[in-house]
Design a protein around this ligand. Structure first.
Ligand code: NAG
Ligand code: NAG
Ligand code: NAG
Ligand code: NAG
Length: 442
């Protein structure tokens, strides 16, 4: 099965890698290593959605500037794109090499990856790249996203066949930390966010995963997401039980629980409205169904990336509190553009005939304010002309305001970064042409 190209490249890896064990199957994944990891933050990048002109430069520069250590490249989601993904991945690695950035593979086994051989080949192919993400011990990262276990054995069919030591972080949707540890057999879990959980339930789940990590010594990678909204089919139509807490409070909880790694879910999954990267791009046609307008609205999520950099800095420094330099202060807001129960007015969008998204009853009609301050300030929101204010102190603060239709204008009692704070977001309307559950974050 192995082509001469594979063998030739394999040879190059042996030369590049000067560790005495290179080239031999490794079983080091079974050695507890959580204690010796350094905190790092990754962002989940869907290879199914390409940047404009297949140029990854902007994404890499933005992620680097926010302190993100690597993209976890989701390989396989929307498997109809599989014939092209290898090319995209190649461009991605080459660009990352040039920009001194890191990548690792997160094998998405939910939509029909051809098999373990492909996973092994791709992992080996890039293991020697200077852009390959490694942990503090020099092991390459490999991760997965899975609902159910794939039809292969990760240890014998994949990890044993990788020609470099591997830190394998298999994804799980399970909330059962003990069960996950028992099935992972020595690997750290990558825990996804749980749709049915409230924030305090998620907190309990995280606490249990942290305790398992402490008990068995395997690294734990926690997933964190700013928002979830999907409406791609009448049965793929949901929110999570969520509010601002899924992002702000959970970051603070994770700073306390200190997972070994944090993966932001996601950089660019427009289909689930979880992105923290740029939205100004044309995603794959699947997002445009059932009409030619992107249902997630290309809404700006810039603020989530800016917020990320504060949390990343604290996490990497091992701090449990966010501290803010006067030169970095900022205040953000995020909200939906319509009341949660307002169906779209234009019947030419077939999705306007679908029911409300699942868990819509858990979604509040709020504007969420998040301030990162070096010293106290009063933050004001005019929500559709209704005044609101919050006395915010140094560090991170969060405000929740029941919204009033109209313009949303954010100001403060003093200058922020030496300038007047004056952010006006798009107006909230009583009814849009098309149902919109995504948020704008500015
Ligand atoms: C292994 O992956 C590389 C990179 O995508 C590709 O060029 C090569 O053809 C693959 N080899 C096999 C045997 O599939
Ligand atoms: C999470 O749990 C910790 C410890 O019990 C608690 O201090 C914190 O307030 C909780 N956070 C949320 C959002 O419930
Ligand atoms: C904010 O900007 C708006 C529109 O430019 C302007 O009308 C308003 O006076 C500004 N507010 C402050 C506090 O500068
Ligand atoms: C908190 C809550 O009720 N979440 C629900 C969200 O929707 C899923 C799927 O319908 C339910 O299983 C959850 O209970």
């Amino acid at each position: 099965m192995r082509s001469s190209i594979w063998t030739a490249l394999h040879g190059i890896f042996l030369v590049i890698s000067s560790t005495p064990t290179a080239g031999l199957p490794q079983l080091q994944t079974n050695i507890p290593r959580a204690a010796s990891t350094t905190p790092m933050v990754f962002a989940h990048y869907m290879i199914a959605f390409q940047p404009p002109n297949l140029d990854y430069t902007n994404d890499i520069k933005l992620a680097k500037a926010a302190g993100i250590d690597a993209f976890a490249v989701d390989y396989g989601g929307w498997s109809s794109g599989l014939p092209y993904f290898a090319h995209y991945l190649d461009v991605f690695y080459k660009t990352a090499e040039k920009l001194d950035f890191k990548l690792f593979l997160c094998m998405d086994v939910t939509s029909g990856l051809p098999g373990a051989d492909m996973v092994v080949n791709l992992t080996n192919f890039y293991a020697g790249s200077s852009a390959q993400m490694k942990d503090a011990a020099g092991n390459i990262f490999l991760s997965s996203f899975e609902n159910d276990a794939p039809p292969w054995n990760w240890q014998t069919d994949v990890v044993d066949k990788i020609n470099a030591p591997v830190t394998f972080l298999p994804g799980t949707l399970s909330e059962d930390a003990e069960y996950t540890a028992s099935t992972n057999q020595g690997y750290g879990p990558f825990t996804w966010v749980h749709p049915a959980s409230s924030v305090s339930q998620e907190n309990d789940t995280d606490t249990a995963f942290a305790a398992q990590r402490d008990a068995n010594g395997n690294p734990w990678m926690a997933g964190i997401a700013p928002w979830f909204f999907r409406r791609t089919a009448s049965d793929m139509n949901w929110f999570h039980a969520q509010d601002s807490s899924i992002w702000v409070n959970r970051w603070v909880d994770l700073l306390n629980l200190k997972p070994n790694y944090i993966e932001i879910v996601t950089w660019n999954d427009f289909s689930e409205s979880t992105y923290i990267g740029p939205s100004d791009r044309t995603p794959a046609s699947v997002l445009k169904e059932p009409t030619t307008t992107d249902y997630y609205g290309n809404l700006d999520h810039t603020a989530f990336l800016k917020m990320t950099s504060f949390f990343v800095k604290a996490f990497k420094a091992g701090q449990t509190q966010v501290t803010v330099d006067p030169s970095e202060e900022d205040v953000f807001m995020f909200y939906r553009l319509q009341p949660v129960n307002a169906m779209g007015s234009d019947s030419s969008y077939p999705d306007n005939a679908w029911p409300l998204p699942k868990n819509a009853s858990y979604i509040q009609d709020n504007v969420y304010i998040v301030s990162f301050l070096a010293s106290d300030a009063t933050v004001y929101l005019s929500s559709g002309g209704q005044p609101w204010q919050m006395d915010a102190s140094a560090g991170v603060s969060k405000g929740t305001v029941a919204f009033t239709l109209g313009d949303q204008i954010l100001t403060a009692s003093r200058d922020i970064q030496g300038a007047v704070l004056n952010k006006t977001g798009p107006p909230i309307q009583g009814q849009l042409q098309r149902y919109q559950g995504n948020i704008v974050a500015i």
